[in-house]
Structures are given as C-alpha cells and as structure tokens.
Design a protein around this ligand. Structure first.
Ligand code: PXP
Length: 251
C-alpha cells in the first residue's frame, strides 16, 4: 500500500526564525505519527537553516515508523548518517541560496561520488534513495550507483500550467516509475504535492511512498489557528492557568 512520509522541516524553520525552543519538530513528528504518517522525513542541511543535529538525534529515538534522513552527498553528512543510523537516507542536491530543493540530483554528472556514498551507507545497512528528475539518463545512473530506491521529483508536475502540461508531466512520472521498476529500483516520489494535486500521483502503480511537507504544514497552521487563539485568550484571562494547563514553567 502507498505510504505517506511527512516532512517536518517547516516546523524547525518557524522555531529557527526566533532561535526559540518551540515549535519542536520532534513533537510534530510524534503528532504526525498519531495522525497516521507512515514515516518522518527531515532534511539536515549543511547550513543548518532549519533541522538541527539535536533534532535528528532525538527523531532517531522518538520516531516509531521510519526515519528518512534527507541530506547532501558530502563526507560530513555521510559520517553523520552512519552515526545516527536512520532507516534510510535520501540524497538530494543542495545549494545554499535555494529556497527549497529545486531540482533532482544530477547522478549521471557525479556518478563516482554518489556511488561511493551509496556503497558506504548501504554497507552499513542504511538503504539509499536518490532524489532525481523523471529522466532516463538519471534513472540509468541511479541503477548504476547501486541505490535501492529513487525518489521521483514531482516538481514539474506540481508546477505544470494547464491540463495538457499536467497530463504530460504525469505521463513522464508514470513512465519513469515503470522504467525504474524494470531496472530493479524501488520508487518514492515527492515535492510540491498538495491536497489538490496528489490524487493522480497517488494512483501511479509502483510508487511506494510520497514525501510531503509544505502543504501539510500549511494546513496544520490553519486548522490549528482557532484553537490556538482561543487558548491564548483563556490563558490571558486565567482560565487555563487556574485549570493548571499552562502552569509548567520552562527550565
Ligand atoms: N522530497 C524531497 C527530496 C524534498 O527535498 C522535499 C522538500 O524538502 C520534499 C519531498 C517535500 O516537498 P514539499 O515540501 O514541497 O511537500
């Protein structure tokens, strides 16, 4: 059955905006699991702009489903993954100036480096997934690297303008899934998926897991807004404090 990996990076982004202790992405991961998440995904970026090393260590202890560590293909990150032992690693391209992961990993263009990282991680029992665009050369390079999984970048589909472009990008993803499977690769997909565009992707046979972050985090903020404001009003007027709800002092 298709599973859902929830990416919790945005929770850490809000926390880091104030260098505060809340909201905690580890708490968000636990709640996501209570809501039915089949896996938790976190991207430890080289510049540590959202997820911190401490988060990954605690996620490793707290996540009851599976922990997918997204990271760049660097010596530092490979060493960190070996120490943390996530359930699997997804190698992604990383540029400091980007807002989010903008395109797939160029596996074909950096085959030796990626193959080395895949070998090292998989020898330590950590399966590797490569985040790639749905293009034939990248699929072939992914197979040659020995990686067990690929994650198909669904950004072109998510950004398609009009029905024709959406249908064309969907066909690309369907074909890439079939080709990947024929090459012996297991297939995940993600990026830019929303409540409105996820349906056709979820129906592609052969995709095992969708990794979704932004849309779920955006909705969580909105569906939680009324309650959060109501509780602040209650805290202001002492009702919740009298009930003991906000009496715990931070250390
Ligand atoms: N998969 C990968 C490899 C990603 O880098 C991201 C974004 O961090 C996602 C999935 C989730 O994308 P989105 O936040 O647009 O749902």
């Amino acid at each position: 059955m298709l599973s859902l990996g929830v990416n919790i990076d945005h929770v850490a982004t809000v926390r880091q905006a104030r260098r505060a202790v809340e909201p905690d992405p580890v708490a968000a991961a636990v709640l996501a699991e209570l809501g039915g998440a089949d896996g938790i995904t976190a991207h430890l970026r080289e510049d540590r702009r959202h997820i911190q090393d401490r988060d990954v260590r605690l996620l490793r202890q707290m996540v009851r489903t599976h922990l997918n560590l997204e990271m760049a293909c660097t010596e530092e990150m490979v060493a960190l993954a070996l120490a943390i032992q996530p359930d699997y690693v997804t190698l992604v391209p990383e540029r400091r100036e980007e807002v989010t992961t903008e395109g797939g990993l160029d596996v074909a263009g950096q085959q030796p480096r990626i193959t080395q990282a895949v070998l090292t991680l998989q020898a330590a029992g950590i399966p590797v997934s490569l985040f790639i665009d749905p293009d034939a050369p990248q699929l072939l390079a992914a197979q040659a690297s020995g990686a067990k999984f690929i994650e198909l970048h669904t950004g072109r589909y998510a950004e398609a303008k009009g029905e024709a472009q959406q249908a064309q990008t969907l066909t690309q993803l369907e074909n890439a899934t079939a080709k990947a499977q024929a090459l012996g690769l297991r297939v995940n997909a993600g990026h830019g998926l929303t409540y409105w565009n996820v349906g056709p992707i979820a129906r592609i046979l052969g995709i095992e897991e969708l990794n979704i972050g932004h849309s779920i985090m955006a909705r969580a903020m909105l569906v939680g807004m009324e309650r959060a404001v109501r509780e602040m009003k209650e805290a202001m007027f002492g009702r919740l404090e009298r009930d003991g709800l906000f009496k715990i002092r931070s250390r």
